[in-house]
Design a protein around this ligand. Structure first.
Ligand SMILES: CC(C)(COP(=O)(O)OP(=O)(O)OC[C@H]1O[C@@H](n2cnc3c(N)ncnc32)[C@H](O)[C@@H]1OP(=O)(O)O)[C@@H](O)C(=O)NCCC(=O)NCCS
Length: 184
């Protein structure tokens, strides 16, 4: 299914035939992004959860919308090819995952990352890991880095804070607007 087009870049849902290319993209960004290693088998099975960015039939970015519970979904395996960085491809993919998660009835979208600044830029907030117990008691407890985790747990609510027409963040209030709203 094609999802959207912007500047010659198309977003679409991946399918099993993309699994090798997803694998290559994740492997290429494993160390830099501290990404969770993925096997070709699981990527084949879960390819349909991935949104991919495509330019002239080449996959230049990807991320998975992985359900952690009925309420919480996770952005997993986010990567953009080095040749396509800085062009808002990553933002477009996360934005699409957010739309999809909202449509599928999730209440929150989370991410575990060493790059909190990037997600803050997209409206996520840092939260204690235990606020995402679904993740801690499934994945984290099996991780060799458990209790010495260098990743930030990040969450964005999918209800009122998200406005599909205005994109991924509400405009920050100006100082003048904040001052005017303050009681005298
Ligand atoms: C992180 C990554 C996905 C970003 O993809 P990208 O397409 O280059 O990013 P975008 O172009 O969508 O984002 C650009 C915006 O994010 C901001 N940004 C990028 N990295 C940032 C960071 N670490 N902290 C804060 N802001 C950041 C840029 O300043 C830019 O802001 P602007 O729109 O106001 O100009 C890409 O660098 C990547 O694949 N890295 C390796 C794998 C990885 O780190 N994955 C994430 C693991 S959770």
């Amino acid at each position: 299914m094609k999802l959207s087009t912007q500047g010659g870049i198309k977003l679409r849902t991946a399918d099993a035939s993309d699994a090798r290319r997803l694998y290559a993209m994740i492997q290429a960004n494993l160390a830099e992004g501290h990404l969770l290693p993925r096997t070709l088998d699981e990527l084949t099975v879960h390819a349909g959860r991935f949104v991919v960015a495509v330019r002239v039939r080449k996959i230049i970015g990807c991320a998975e919308l992985a359900p952690l519970s009925a309420q919480v979904a996770e952005v997993r395996s986010l990567a953009v090819d080095a040749s396509a960085r800085g062009g808002r491809v990553g933002i477009a993919i996360v934005d699409e995952l957010r739309r999809r998660a909202r449509r599928e009835g999730f209440e929150k979208l989370c991410a575990f990352t060493h790059a909190p600044g990037y997600f803050i830029h997209m409206g996520f907030s840092i939260v204690p890991h235990l606020w995402l117990a679904e993740k801690v008691f499934t994945d984290c407890v099996k991780c060799p880095q458990f209790r010495q985790c260098g990743q930030y747990a990040m969450v964005v609510p999918l209800d009122v804070a998200f406005n599909a027409d205005r994109g991924y963040g509400l405009p920050a209030p100006t100082y003048a607007a904040v001052a005017a709203a303050r009681p005298a």
